[in-house]
Ligand binder design. Structure first.
Ligand code: SF4
Ligand code: SF4
Length: 291
């Protein structure tokens, strides 16, 4: 006989206290499912539709990963455990893995987070597609990575849960905490002038996700980011060339919060809707360009 077992919610590790950080689902973007289908071949249109559907499905599935942690009380790990974890992640096309403690100042207000540590995952958006921005080809690549990295994040979260560690997935399309400050804390990149995380490997051309977990994390090996920081400080291309004129030259600071706002959200969304998902900022950053 089968019963509909109620989903038991466990105690969260954090509840976001930062009143300046509100999580807003970009509803306008949910209407993008048919845009480029008119201008691309049927095969690409089908792929695009699968990536969009997969992204939204994964985004919703991530919010449910807090369930199933009821008996997960393990915290101890070994170097071998992380070796295997990282091998699995690389086999699933993850380009970056980093570790840091969850910084509760960057959790969205009133959202509950499960797990005290953050595992950062990053995946490249390929230059041969991004260089065509703004275009349907670029848009498809953006959603490909949202979908693929989202699925990988869910898979690795379930792996940690099955190993006995309380863990929760935060999808690349939107999580319960800001990814940028955690990626910087993990030593993976710098915050660029447009607020995006810039890496020596791909500039701004990667998406991020996080797994929060009670598993003890290894120390991150920080990269040498001095040259990258100096270059970025003297560049400013993303402010000058932002297609929607949405990037602030002087980012807005917030009282009682360490985060800064670099983009006028409504102008950026308008440009995304008017210019086939825009994404011009992923293309113009010299750090991400390839010949
Ligand atoms: S997506 Fe377009 S409008 Fe938005 S920040 Fe990037 S270049 Fe500017
Ligand atoms: S375009 Fe220039 S200023 Fe903007 S993030 Fe890239 S390197 Fe930094």
């Amino acid at each position: 006989m089968f019963y509909n077992m109620p989903e038991i919610e466990i105690e969260p590790t954090f509840i976001g206290k930062n009143e300046s950080l509100k999580f807003i689902v970009p509803k306008e973007l949910f209407s993008m499912s048919t845009g480029p289908a008119e201008t691309i071949d049927p095969e690409s249109a089908k792929k695009f539709s699968n990536y969009i559907r997969g992204t939204f499905k994964g985004f919703q599935a991530a919010r449910k990963t807090k369930y199933g942690n009821e008996s997960n009380t393990k915290t101890k790990t070994t170097p071998e455990f992380w070796e295997i974890f990282e091998e699995n992640a690389k086999d699933l096309d993850v380009d970056f893995i980093g570790y840091t403690a969850v910084d509760e100042r960057f959790i969205f207000h009133n959202l509950k987070v499960y797990g005290k540590n953050a595992i950062l995952l990053g995946m490249e958006m390929k230059w041969d597609k991004i260089k065509t921005a703004p275009s349907a080809i670029c848009e498809i690549e953006v959603f490909r990575v949202y979908k693929v990295l989202g699925d990988v994040t869910l898979e690795l979260t379930e792996y940690l849960k099955n190993e006995g560690y309380k863990s929760e997935a935060h999808h690349p399309f939107g999580g319960k905490l800001l990814y940028g400050p955690h990626a910087v804390a993990a030593g993976l990149g710098i915050k660029g002038q447009n607020g995006l995380i810039i890496t020596p490997e791909f500039g701004p051309r990667q998406r991020w996700s996080i797994i929060t977990t009670d598993a003890e994390i290894p120390a991150s090996t920080p990269k040498d980011l001095v040259k990258l920081r100096e270059f970025c400080e003297g560049c400013g291309a993303c402010i000058r060339e932002c297609k929607g004129q949405a990037t602030y030259e002087n980012p807005i600071e917030h009282e009682n919060s360490p985060h800064t706002t670099h983009i006028d959200r409504s102008k950026c969304i308008q440009s995304i809707l008017d210019n086939t998902y825009c994404s011009y900022c992923l293309k113009i950053c010299p750090q991400g360009k390839r010949t």
